[in-house]
Design a protein around this ligand. Sequence first.
Ligand code: FMN
Length: 338
Amino acid sequence: MDTTSTTETGKEVPTVDTRVTRLLGIKYPIIQGAMAWIADGRLAAAVSNAGGLGIVACGSAPLSWVKEQIDLVRSLTDKPFGANIMLMNPEAPELAKLLADEHVPVITTGAGSPSNYIGMWKEAGCKVIPVVASAALAKRMERCGVDAVVAEGCEAGGHIGELTTMALTPAVCDAVSIPVITAGGVGDGRGMAAAFALGGEGVQVGTRFLTAFECGIHEDYKKKVISAKDADTIVTGRNNGHPVRQLKNKFSRDIRKMEADSTATLEEIEAALAGSLHRAVVGDVDNGSMMSGQVACLVHDEKSAQDIVADLMREACAWSAFDLQQMADRNAQRAWRA
Ligand SMILES: Cc1cc2nc3c(=O)[nH]c(=O)nc-3n(C[C@H](O)[C@H](O)[C@H](O)COP(=O)(O)O)c2cc1C
């Protein structure tokens, strides 16, 4: 199923040919998830140069910043890359046009349906991949003519839906014929192999890239991700319909208290949330929102984007080469890494 290629560092990395690698023109079926305030041109270019697909997150940044980051990626790599729009952003229409004008090779979208923009993007030659949290939305997106979908389970960091990756990936695969990329909880080769076992033809990874050398978040945020245990994330925003997964800290506990307090107004909560991810990104790990997925508990180190991609590929290909009996035997020995 896999063939082997060699990275610039001389290490052998197995590759796998999927509809996702062919669609996007990439070597490995690994997409770096968009991360607002975090996924800039430098990180995106590093992942694309590593053979995956790097994505610039537009978040709520000014259009001029987005244009700069697109120029930066293009100056650092000649490989395909993408950009992501969060559709609840009031500037989404202007951003959508900018990405079309720039002929960004791949556009991913979060938090809703991009149906109004798909025609413009396709005309500009962009591949369109919405992130979905239900099979119903995936079906609707397929009818609108998108190229693939990312099925993102609620283990993921940032804005999330209700369903777990384990239930959502096969449900979406059964609902659509276009390629499905699994996101949420993929942090090592076991997770990647599991995503393929569930029906995925690629993975989107966010949290694992938070501690890439090329990721510009503050070292204190990175340290919190590296030291996180399995129960160290918390979801805020369930009351207002915008649930967000992040690491537990003073900020997230305060927000949860406000949400439980019937005297706190929605406006007060929104004021407390404003700018909270950015505060964490620049190092305020007490009063900022350190968005992160549950899979932070499997992230133990800082390493290059290239090593993250190569290790995911090596581990996933090795693990998926075993049959169930061999997996069971290795699991008994806690020896899943081949
Ligand atoms: C800090 C952070 C910020 C994120 N921001 C965005 C975003 O701006 N747009 C988006 O579509 N998804 C966003 N996500 C989701 C990721 O793109 C990705 O789908 C998710 O992290 C995958 O799950 P994982 O965290 O378990 O790897 C964010 C995730 C994190 C951790």
